[in-house]
Design a protein around this ligand. Structure first.
Ligand code: SF4
Length: 500
């Protein structure tokens, strides 16, 4: 148990975030004194003094015969009250992180950065006119980001600006995400809107009727606004769970109603589950000029696929990959997950060796995350996962392997409850990076979400301010409400884009 005494502040939220980097579901108890604490508790006192010219934080950690003390000063000039408070929060986070690093011996590569996309922060700093050196200094000194993560960040930011040179002006265009909420079965770690299609077949037709309607309405709105679409991404679920004819009909509606289809820079279909890929669906995707698909192994160990509820074989992944390549869909992404149940370095290396035989154009490496609503989290005791140290070694192994194979990191994101507090990294071979992944991760333009579980991120051009607009997650609610939903979304879009 962490017994924490706050003096001169009440930054419990920030304290919770930092403690969660070191402990799973940390039990934190806030106290006024140490009277009722036991000798097994970790006692931490965090003091904060904010003055007109700077903030001074002091921290003490006591545990058994260990004692750590840390003092932190951050001078500033003429800050608004809001920024002074933000700086004080950072000072407390910094102090607590240092004490816990010393106590546990665990170094946090991302420092006190939680709840913010690191690449987005660096882009923002550079866009505001800071030099690269000054931005790095701030990330190092104010946020405690360690040099190896800084290097990764800069490499990704450089790469993104190479792939999308107009990234900082791309808010005059929009991207579109289309969510199809069906999969053959539900994976144990999944919290996406993904319903087993066999069980939910009766919901498919009504859902597709609503989706056609939403594509028509949003397409007509885009036409009225004369907006150019940067990228379109079919996700879900697994969009290829529906039949080839159903997929074909969606493209017919899309091409009929969306403006400037010749200017779309990238069209992706997440064909994630190999068991949904058939020659006729590949033909349809080729016919409609799909640029990029995903075929996701997650692991090349058969027992792991079974343990996580993916009812396809390793061979099927390889066969479908080869089939798509032979039929001319050659820009293929693969996803791998580090830290799946019962997997260690040996299984990870095996997966990398198998990927090496195929060399997909891009590879996204996720670190397993225990999302609250997943089957895996709810039955955690059934799943044996690797230690933090092993996860870290697997991540390093993957990084080195990717570099050796010519893959370059081009996007990155972190999630809550991710094993080892690491990150998910998208790698791509030269000029095979996904534009959608970049614009979506960096939140630089409106992304219109259509279909189930799709969250629109709306941004008035030039404002830099995002608002979220979620569609219902389950097909039944979507089917019952899509008419009102479309009407309301169009009203909000009109308001946001009036006199743009
Ligand atoms: S294939 Fe993807 S969307 Fe479908 S259940 Fe598995 S993780 Fe979820």
């Amino acid at each position: 148990m962490l017994q924490i005494k706050c003096v001169g502040h009440q930054f419990e939220r920030e304290i919770g975030f930092i403690a969660a980097l070191f402990y799973e579901d940390p039990a934190i108890h806030y106290v006024q004194d140490w009277e009722n604490c036991s000798h097994q508790d970790i006692k931490i006192e965090l003091c904060c003094e904010s003055q007109a010219d700077g903030v001074h934080a002091t921290g003490h950690l006591l545990f058994a015969d260990q004692k750590h003390t840390f003092e932190y000063d951050r001078p500033y000039k003429e800050l608004s009250e809001k920024d002074m408070r933000k700086t004080a929060k950072q000072a407390i986070s910094y102090t607590l992180l240092t004490l816990l690093e010393r106590h546990t011996g665990v170094e946090q590569g991302w420092g006190i950065l939680t709840g913010i996309r690191p690449t987005k922060l660096l882009h923002k700093m550079l866009q505001s006119g800071l030099s690269r050196e000054e931005a790095h200094r701030q990330l190092r000194e104010d946020y405690m980001v360690r040099p190896h993560k800084l290097q990764l960040l800069q490499e990704i930011v450089d790469r993104q600006l190479h792939v999308v040179p107009d990234l900082y002006q791309i808010d005059r265009e929009v991207s579109v995400y289309i969510g199809i909420p069906f999969c053959p079965t539900k994976c144990a770690y999944c919290t996406f809107p993904a319903y087993a299609i066999g069980v939910h077949r009766r919901n498919v037709n009504p859902f597709l009727a609503g989706l056609h309607e939403e594509i028509r309405s949003i397409g007509d709105w885009l036409t009225r606004q004369d907006l150019v679409i940067t990228s379109i991404y079919f996700g879900g679920g697994t969009p290829t769970s529906i039949t080839a004819d159903e997929l074909d009909e969606l493209f017919v509606t899309l091409y009929k109603h969306f403006p400037h289809m010749d200017k779309v820079r990238e069209l992706t279909v997440e064909a994630g589950r190999p068991d949904t890929i058939t020659p006729d669906k590949i033909e349809i995707m080729k016919k409609w000029k799909v640029d990029r698909i995903s075929i996701n192994p997650q692991s090349f160990t058969q027992e792991t696929l079974q343990a996580i509820g993916r009812h396809h074989t390793v061979e099927e992944t390889v066969d479908k990959y080869k089939l798509a390549m032979e039929m001319g869909l050659t820009n293929i992404n693969m996803d791998l997950i580090i830290g799946l149940p019962n997997e260690g370095m040996q299984e990870m290396k095996h997966s990398l060796q198998e990927v090496e035989k195929l060399m997909p154009t891009s590879l996204t490496v996720h670190t397993l995350s225990f999302k609250r609503a997943s089957e895996m989290t709810q039955n955690k005791e059934r799943y044996q996962v690797a230690s933090r140290e092993e996860i870290l070694s697997m991540m390093q192994e993957t990084e080195e392997w990717a570099k050796k194979q010519g893959y370059v990191p081009y996007y990155l994101y972190r999630q809550k409850n991710i094993l080892g507090n690491l990150e998910n990294v998208g790698y791509a071979l030269q000029d095979q990076d996904s534009i959608y992944n970049i614009v979506m991760m960096e939140e630089v333009q409106t992304v219109l979400g259509l279909g189930c579980g799709a969250v629109s991120k709306l941004m008035r051009p030039g404002s830099g301010v995002l608002s979220r607009w979620p569609n219902p997650k389950d097909p039944k609610t979507y089917n019952d409400t899509y008419k009102q939903l479309i009407e309301k979304k169009l009203q909000d879009l009109d308001a946001l884009y009036s006199d743009k």
